[in-house]
Design a protein around this ligand. Structure first.
Ligand code: SF4
Ligand code: SF4
Ligand code: SF4
Length: 298
């Protein structure tokens, strides 16, 4: 397809082949329609005002006036008239928007917003780096990658194929003793990781580095001495929910990139067909479980 006025070129995609054009056989009041799942590339979960205006125009011109925000922050426009699909895609492409977020590939990289007051370390830039390098890459099965700025895990890193969480190491500041009756940090810790011994605080091996105790201490006795990322591998959601297993703690942004690269390459080379399936291969977590995490990552 070529637009003579703008010189815009686009290889016309076929409905049902391009990712993000879903449910091609729906018919509404005699008109064939598709549901169009849209994402920005590199993948991200923020859209500019100009992009939102374009989406609004596409909904009004070709859709049915509705839009849905998917759990991985894709925008899904239902009931786009099939005969207008090329025009809708062209309008979207010009605004840096594409059909996507479906199929056997690396799905939309899901990150927390950096402006969240709970964030221990920014995750949007590293999410963008991962997206630029691996977003939309063809895979044996879908692969989800999520980044959380703290252990609240709003972006669901625990049940993503690769989940990354910002964590912090907490230490007690030397000096004055804690007030005798104060147990605020102990009460704030859901992991029984803090003990009080002779008026001093001891953090034990059950600590998962969430830093909630620092916020709870009103006496400035605790501080975060180091931040980094925890990397979980092998989680999944859906009908069979699995939590990922910790592969690394306190790694930095470059190490995260290296681990993601290695996990995806190993998945590519080590996956087998799903039992009883002639086409689809195992999910990343199935391969990691079958081989054991260490040997999967080697
Ligand atoms: S996981 Fe933490 S940083 Fe991210 S949105 Fe939730 S509370 Fe904020
Ligand atoms: S960082 Fe979290 S897990 Fe560790 S002691 Fe503090 S509240 Fe408990
Ligand atoms: S570290 Fe803070 S919250 Fe915990 S007992 Fe001491 S003063 Fe209280």
């Amino acid at each position: 397809m070529e637009d003579n006025e703008t010189g815009f070129n686009l290889e016309t995609p076929k409905v049902g082949i391009i990712r993000g054009v879903l449910a091609k056989d729906i018919e509404i009041v005699g008109e064939k329609v598709v549901n169009l799942r849209i994402c920005a590339r590199p993948y991200r979960n923020t859209y500019s005002v100009a992009q939102l205006r374009t989406i609004k125009d596409v909904i009004e011109k070709y859709g049915s006036g509705k839009v849905h925000m998917s759990p991985r922050h894709n925008l899904e426009v239902p009931e786009v008239k099939q005969k207008e699909l090329d025009n809708a895609l062209k309008d979207l492409y010009i605004a840096g928007l594409f059909p996507g977020g479906a199929g056997t590939s690396v799905r939309n990289i899901f990150t927390c917003p950096d402006w969240c007051s709970k964030s221990l370390r920014p995750v949007q830039e590293i999410g963008m780096m991962v997206s630029t390098n691996f977003g939309d890459k063809d895979m044996h099965n879908k692969v989800t990658i999520s980044f959380a700025g703290c252990y609240n895990s709003c972006s669901r890193p625990h049940n993503s194929d690769i989940g990354i969480i910002a964590i912090g190491r907490v230490e007690e500041l030397p000096g004055k003793k804690c007030p005798e009756d104060c147990l605020d940090c102990i009460k704030s810790c859901s992991f029984e990781a803090i003990e009080k011994v002779d008026g001093d605080i001891r953090i034990n091996e059950k600590c998962i580095y969430c830093c909630k105790c620092v916020e709870a201490c009103g006496h400035n006795k605790l501080k975060v001495t180091e931040t980094g990322f925890k990397v979980l591998i092998g989680g999944r959601e859906g009908s069979k929910v699995v939590f990922g297993t910790t592969y690394a703690d306190f790694v930095n942004e470059f190490e995260v990139l290296e681990i993601v690269d290695r996990a995806l390459s190993n998945y590519e080379s080590k996956a087998r067909l799903k039992p009883g399936d002639r086409k689809k291969k195992e999910r990343l977590g199935d391969v990691a479980n079958r081989l054991g995490l260490e040997s999967f990552m080697t």
